[in-house]
Write a protein that binds this ligand. Structure first.
Ligand code: FES
Length: 562
């Protein structure tokens, strides 16, 4: 793309609006992007857009003066999304150019930004930019900002590695060209045929060839960033760097079950939860609507509501300086000001599923598919239980996945894995008693589902248990357990839950003791797992998922700025 650019003063807006008008407008923009992908700018019509959006033709006039304005808005949306999801998070890592460049490659080739649909639309606009100044300006500014950031990061790295003979401009141009080639390749392929991991590897390989020893090194035959590493190096399980990267690049974008709507059945009721990368406050307002808010005062980022659950008397008050907030998070008390930040919330079968807003990382807009097998009519059997574990959260997950009996090797792009677990041992007293209480259905296999990065669902005849491995500190984690029954809220339901827990190998103290012992083996004694047996496919998939998000986890040693 051309380097001749003119600065455009278009404001950067949040890519996704949240009010009704904003959502309708966004729906039209999404449909417009799809139409542009299918028909190109010149053959895209208002009729085609509203047909894709399943909206009435007249509504377009409500939001856009003309077809041309709608096309420009779509391009502006793509540009703002690129800025928010690529430029901003990468720029935050400027002080660490290796991490920033790895993240840049990661994000630039991410399916949320570089889907065939979006990439082809970018090129379609570029194709018409010579005759449309607005297109030229928006596309140009995006490329110019990106090139400037690449140039700055390469310049910093050249300086940091004391390689004054290197030409930052030429190296930056090479990286931009490599990324551009990948985009061109993506534009003409179906998503299922795109090998994003290979594309990322090639770009990082380019950087590695210029800055040896600085970037994650592949270990597989094909040169992939350890698609199936025997084990992460010890630092990955205990360093502050890995902990911070995982919270930002993995947990902020992860949909996590916070609880169940039945926990806040009445107006004003709330509960709080620490989701690993977010402190969340779930509250029901006087209209019955549930809100997921950041549990932090906007004036000072302390925990706003301390205590697990309760009922507000109409408003939320900060005890430090007395700020007041409505139950939907708005500031009240006559003073204008920032309210409580809203988190993304989905209600799935009554479960309240939450993630950080404006996540810089890709995650599905709607996580419903992964939770599909959960039955309706769930009732919580009690508050969530939490257990502190003196081991990294990844070791907990790997313990769960070690027993996953998968029928086929998992697809790297899968967001969840599922398998069945045979009924608990026939002679175990708890198993016998469980079968007596659960009745005829109890003899069937339990359904297990792991939802990346950290949630294990156990679907049984009596209900569902959800285990979450939460990072708590470097080398420390929490297991959070939520139990829901489909058998009503009586003693029998609680008894079945108790008996099921006794027969589940994941919850025994010995299982947690084993994980903690492995942590000490890796960190305190520097042991590597012996290659006595092939690595479980589910564990390989889990590590691959992490590496796709954080390539530097493949390093043998922590990066130099750790
Ligand atoms: S810290 Fe909350 S009102 Fe000041």
């Amino acid at each position: 793309m051309s380097a001749r650019r003119r600065k455009l003063d278009a404001p950067v807006r949040a890519p996704r609006a949240t009010n009704i008008r904003g959502r309708q407008r966004q729906r039209l923009i999404d449909a417009c992007i799809s139409a542009l992908h299918i028909y190109g700018p010149s053959r895209t019509t208002v009729e085609k857009v509203v047909a894709i959006a399943k909206m009435s033709p007249g509504i377009v006039r409500f939001y856009f003066d003309s077809k041309a304005a709608m096309l420009v808005a779509s391009l502006q949306f793509l540009a703002a999304e690129f800025e928010e999801q690529v430029l901003v998070p990468v720029a935050k890592l400027k002080a660490r150019p290796v991490a920033a460049l790895e993240l840049m490659v990661d994000l630039y080739l991410d399916p949320d930004i570089a889907s065939p649909r979006k990439v082809s639309v970018w090129y379609a606009f570029w194709g018409e930019a010579s005759s449309r100044q607005e297109y030229y300006d928006i596309c140009g500014q995006k490329d110019e900002s990106f090139a400037a950031l690449v140039r700055e990061l390469i310049g910093r790295l050249v300086e940091e590695t004391s390689q004054a003979h290197l030409d930052p401009d030429a190296i930056a141009l090479g990286l931009i060209g490599a990324l551009e080639m990948m985009w061109q390749d993506f534009a003409f392929q179906a998503e299922g045929n795109i090998d994003r991991l290979a594309a990322k590897r090639r770009c990082v390989a380019y950087l590695r060839s210029i800055f040896p020893g600085q970037f994650s090194h592949p270990t597989t035959r094909e040169g992939g960033p350890a698609a199936h590493p025997a084990r992460f190096a010890g630092w990955v399980y205990a360093s502050a760097r890995a902990y911070a990267l995982e919270r930002e690049a993995v947990f902020q974008s992860a949909w996590q079950v916070a609880g169940h709507e039945s926990q806040i059945a009445r107006a004003g009721e709330y509960f709080t939860v620490d989701m690993g990368a977010e402190r969340a406050l779930l509250v029901r307002d006087s209209f019955g609507q549930i809100h997921a808010l950041r549990n932090s005062c906007p004036a000072l980022p302390h925990t706003l509501v301390v205590g697990g659950s309760g009922r507000f008397d109409g408003s939320i008050a900060c005890t430090v300086h007395g700020l007041q907030f409505a139950l939907d998070g708005r500031r009240t008390g006559g003073a204008p000001g920032i309210g409580l930040s809203a988190l993304d919330l989905q209600v799935i079968r009554g479960l309240l599923v939450v993630r950080s807003p404006k996540s810089p990382r890709a995650s599905p807009a709607n996580p419903g598919g992964a939770f599909e097998p959960i039955p309706p009519g769930l009732v919580a059997t009690g508050p969530a239980a939490q257990t502190a574990v003196a081991a990294d959260w990844k070791l907990l997950v790997e313990q769960w996945l070690d027993s996953a009996a998968l029928s086929t090797a998992p697809n790297a792009a899968a967001e969840s894995l599922h398998w069945t677990m045979p009924p608990a041992g026939a002679r175990h007293w708890s198993a016998q008693r469980y079968r007596t209480l659960a009745g005829a259905g109890a003899s069937g296999a339990w359904q297990m589902r792991f939802i990346a990065p950290n949630q294990l669902l156990q679907l049984r005849p009596d209900g569902v248990s959800i285990l979450q491995a939460m990072p708590a500190a470097p080398g420390r984690s929490r297991v959070r357990r939520l139990d829901y029954t489909v058998c009503g809220a009586g003693r029998a339901a609680r008894a079945m839950r108790y008996l099921a827990a006794r027969t589940s190998s994941f919850e025994r103290p010995s299982a947690l003791a084993l994980v903690e012992s492995v942590q000490r083996g890796v960190i305190d004694y520097g042991y590597q797992a012996a290659a006595m047996r092939p690595i479980a496919p589910a564990i390989a998939w889990f590590r691959q998922q992490l590496l796709m998000r954080i390539p530097m986890l493949a390093l043998d040693r922590p990066p130099t700025d750790c």
